[in-house]
Design a protein around this ligand. Structure first.
Ligand SMILES: [Mg+2]
Length: 173
């Protein structure tokens, strides 16, 4: 079986949508997804970067994210064909590890906890395919790198791109 590495934030979970939700709660302004297109993570909310960064320390930030469309169905199929690991950074934000574990348990019941890898750096990971939204995670990976479209990565053109889970399905199943 080929080994497939899948990220959580902005791949399985709608992290961008969660930033927009928390921003609206804090500032009373609903930011459109389109307005974030092509902006790096640090440039997304001008003047409020520090507050937005601190959202990630708030309770339930990681626990209540929406699942990306079709992610459950396609991942269930991939899980039959690949040696699948969910690899997610969870050291920087203290709440994120238990919240991500609970989130996976709720939304991806068909996965075993042995398939979850919570880490500080993904440089330690190897496999045949990696799906991630962040170029710096893909750059150091040994296998085939697939960038999952998110507003903050549209300007990166040096990886094979998958726009959504239906495209992942076509490519890998
Ligand atoms: Mg991510």
């Amino acid at each position: 079986m080929k080994r497939l590495i899948v990220d959580m934030d902005d791949v399985l979970a709608d992290a961008t949508g969660q930033f927009i939700n928390f921003y609206e709660k804090e500032f009373g302004v609903l930011v459109s997804r389109e307005s974030l297109n092509g902006k790096e993570e640090m440039e997304r909310f001008p003047g409020h970067h520090k507050t937005v960064y601190e959202f990630t320390f708030q309770k339930d930030f990681f626990r209540t994210m929406e699942v990306k469309p079709q992610a459950q169905r396609v991942l269930a199929e991939l899980n039959k064909k690949y040696e699948l690991f969910i690899v997610s950074s969870a050291m920087e934000f203290p709440n994120s590890l238990p919240e991500k574990l609970e989130w996976l348990g709720e939304h991806f019941k068909f996965l075993h906890w042995k398939q979850f890898v919570f880490c500080g750096s993904k440089a330690v990971v190897y496999g045949d395919y990696m799906i991630d939204d962040l170029p710096h995670n893909l750059e150091r990976f040994n296998g085939e790198k697939l960038i999952f479209t998110a507003p903050h990565n549209l300007q990166h053109n040096h990886f094979k791109r998958v726009n959504d889970w239906l495209e992942v399905e076509k490519l890998l199943l």
